[in-house]
Design a protein around this ligand. Structure first.
Ligand code: RAM
Length: 365
């Protein structure tokens, strides 16, 4: 019965996930809560660690872009939940700075440690290739999640949501917020981040529609997913473009920093803000109206899905090729599909957060 109920809730959630089409109900908010909000009740706490059948526990590493990002912490938490459910050992790493060089050093250390799998949210699509192919040559299963590496550097990518939908929906949102007219800017993460760059490409494609002829993208600024830099980049945008009408920040660090700047400067209603935000960090700005609405997905689920994919790669039950199927625990059955020259597993659709649902979601992640 409980299973049936969660299946129904997942379906309800999937339906309301369709970007821009309405808000979460109490039910799907609590569905998120069941899966993520109460770490104390995670199955991982109760599941008996197994050893994957080979004696010693398998070692599953996860590498995020950089430290100090609550989104990254939630994603790693999801990975940990999955690996613990499956009886493996988790190693969580992130460099202080969001650079490829720092991640390469971590990968080298993980190779020396002889881990069984590395899941990485990449700071650069190509620069990690030598290190990651070295890892794969030594039999380590490599996958990316959240921010992809190129197809040669991974066996599969775990994608949070369709990049085209993410990019297009953000332009549509700012269009609605500013009344279709005026200068807009993007406040991104690092200039090399695969995920943000892909979303920005789709934003630019969306902007080609004649509908947006009175809207102009004046700048893409980079806050590097560092709080202070994101604050100063937002201030810089406001200074350089005094007529700025809207900011899109497709990064949880950036949007929270921009929310603070617009609040402190009393610019609510004058400069609109949307993008991808963590509900727990953005609730105050959504409640105050500085950001009317924004989007995200469940970062815990992204990590959890990667954990199950990593386990299947290590067991050899999948290799990351199109058509591979595996069970992803509480997320149900998943399938590997094509993604450009590589392959991926898709989590879902971006979810819209606004004043009606933020109160519930802010407790979840
Ligand atoms: C930041 C990171 C992460 C991205 C989210 C939306 O936390 O850049 O990679 O997926 O924002």
């Amino acid at each position: 019965m409980k299973k049936l109920l969660s299946a129904v809730l997942v379906m309800v959630m999937s339906l309301s996930l369709l970007a821009g089409c309405g808000s979460a109900t109490k039910d799907n908010a609590s569905q998120g809560g069941n899966t993520s909000a109460e770490p104390g009740k995670q199955p991982s706490e109760t599941a008996k660690p197994a050893d994957n059948g080979s004696g010693a526990k398998k070692k599953f590493a996860i590498v995020f872009k950089n430290t100090g990002n609550p989104y990254g912490e939630k994603m790693m938490e999801g990975y940990k939940n999955a690996i613990e459910e499956l009886g493996g050992e988790v190693i969580m790493k992130a460099p202080d700075q969001p650079t490829a060089e720092a991640q390469i050093q971590i990968i080298e250390e993980l190779i020396a440690q002889k881990v069984d799998a590395i899941a990485i949210a990449a700071n650069d699509p190509d620069a990690l290739q030598p290190a990651l192919t070295k890892a794969m040559d030594r039999g380590i299963k490599v996958l990316s999640l959240d921010s992809a590496v190129n197809a040669k550097s991974r066996m599969v990518h775990i994608n949070q949501a369709d990049p085209e939908r993410i990019g297009r929906v953000e332009i549509q949102a700012i269009y609605d917020m500013i009344g279709g007219k005026g200068d807009i800017a993007v406040l991104s993460a690092t200039s090399q981040a695969t995920n943000q760059n892909t979303w920005i490409e789709w934003m630019k494609k969306e902007l080609q529609d004649p509908k947006y002829k009175d809207m102009k993208l004046v700048k893409v600024a980079y806050g590097d997913d560092l709080r202070d830099k994101s604050v100063s980049e937002t201030e810089g945008l406001l200074k350089s473009f005094p007529n700025l009408k809207g900011i899109i920040a497709p990064t949880t660090v950036g949007i929270a920093a921009a929310g603070k700047v617009l609040t402190d400067k009393g610019l609510k209603g004058k400069v609109q803000l949307t993008g991808l935000g963590l509900p727990s960090e953005m609730a105050e700005y959504i409640e105050s109206g500085v950001c009317q609405w924004m989007y995200l997905w469940n970062p815990i689920d992204v990590g959890y899905l990667a954990g199950y994919a990593a386990d299947n790669l290590v067991k050899g039950s999948i290799t990351g090729k199109v058509g591979d199927k595996f069970n992803a625990g509480r997320l149900g059955d998943k399938e590997v599909v094509q993604d450009g020259e590589g392959t991926q597993v898709m989590l879902g659709d971006p979810f819209k957060f606004d004043a009606k649902n933020i109160g519930e979601w802010k407790k979840v992640y």
